[in-house]
Design a protein around this ligand. Structure first.
Ligand code: SF4
Ligand code: SF4
Length: 265
């Protein structure tokens, strides 16, 4: 496998939660100078981890930004000063990380509908958009961008989201890759299968007709993204995709992300 180094981002967006844990507490301020590996977030409990700067530069802001696992997350936005030192020599790209070493980069495969798919060594906080551009850009108008694999990964509604510790792949899909959204045959299987008693068919129908408030009233934000509804649907409707998209949209329009959701496609 050939791994190329991705360019260091001009602006790194580093979420203060990058896993299923609680938010770390920011310990830098706007205008603080940070180096590669400077601790910028302090864990608050046993469920949160320390967060480190992946580039050297100046903290521009600490504010909610869209998180690739859904919703908004308080993030440290750092502008590179261009004086970034080399973190690891090329020959050591796959050297295992040792204890207490800050995680500031990871290997990410950019695949699908991009001109030159590549496997890259990427600084945490690099926006997906910059990596896609480094891979020659989109071949056609992207229809879907997924973090990690197309079955269990998470669909994104913007390519401005940053790489986090759990990003392994960025998949770009075009219209031909997407299953057509089939018509509901009203079998009711999704309702029987829902782990928490929602009406997935109705929620998605409301969303598809732009009635977000109605979808919310039916419990859109309560969905635990177990994907049971999509699994049993004989018409193979994209139920979970619509639900995750709707939740992310509602979070982005004002709801703050308090935890990270998982699963889904
Ligand atoms: S993904 Fe949501 S709506 Fe679908 S079965 Fe699970 S909880 Fe119910
Ligand atoms: S399982 Fe699929 S086809 Fe059946 S009611 Fe639900 S959405 Fe419609």
């Amino acid at each position: 496998m050939i791994i190329k180094k991705a360019p260091i981002p001009k602006i790194a967006i580093i979420p203060l939660s990058q896993d299923t844990g609680t938010l770390a507490k920011p310990i830098v301020r706007p205008n603080s100078y940070v180096k590669v590996g400077t601790k910028i977030g302090e864990p608050q409990d046993n469920l949160s981890t320390a967060i480190y700067s992946s580039i050297s530069g100046v903290v521009k802001s600490i504010e909610p930004r869209v998180h690739p696992m859904g919703g908004n997350c308080l993030s440290v936005v750092i502008e590179s000063d261009g004086k970034d030192e080399e973190v690891r020599p090329q020959s050591e790209l796959l050297t295992p990380i040792t204890d207490n070493e800050p995680v500031i980069e990871r290997v990410v495969a950019v695949k699908g509908d991009v001109k030159k798919p590549k496997t890259l060594l990427v600084r945490i906080g690099t926006p997906f958009k910059e990596l896609i551009e480094f891979c020659g850009g989109y071949i056609s108008e992207p229809q879907k961008i997924i973090m990690n694999n197309p079955i269990t990964g998470i669909a994104q509604f913007t390519d401005t989201v940053p790489v986090i510790k759990t990003t392994k792949e960025i998949w770009v899909q075009n219209i031909a890759d997407l299953p057509l959204d089939k018509h509901c045959i009203r079998c009711g299987f999704c309702v029987e299968a829902c782990s928490i008693g929602l009406l997935p068919k109705m929620i998605v129908d409301y969303m598809m007709s732009g009635k977000m408030e109605k979808a919310k009233e039916l419990g859109l934000m309560d969905c635990i993204e177990c994907a049971n509804c999509a699994f049993v649907c004989p018409a193979k409707r994209n139920l979970i995709h619509w639900i995750m998209y709707g939740k992310a949209k509602l979070y982005a329009s004002g709801g703050n992300r308090t935890h990270i959701t998982s699963s889904g496609g």
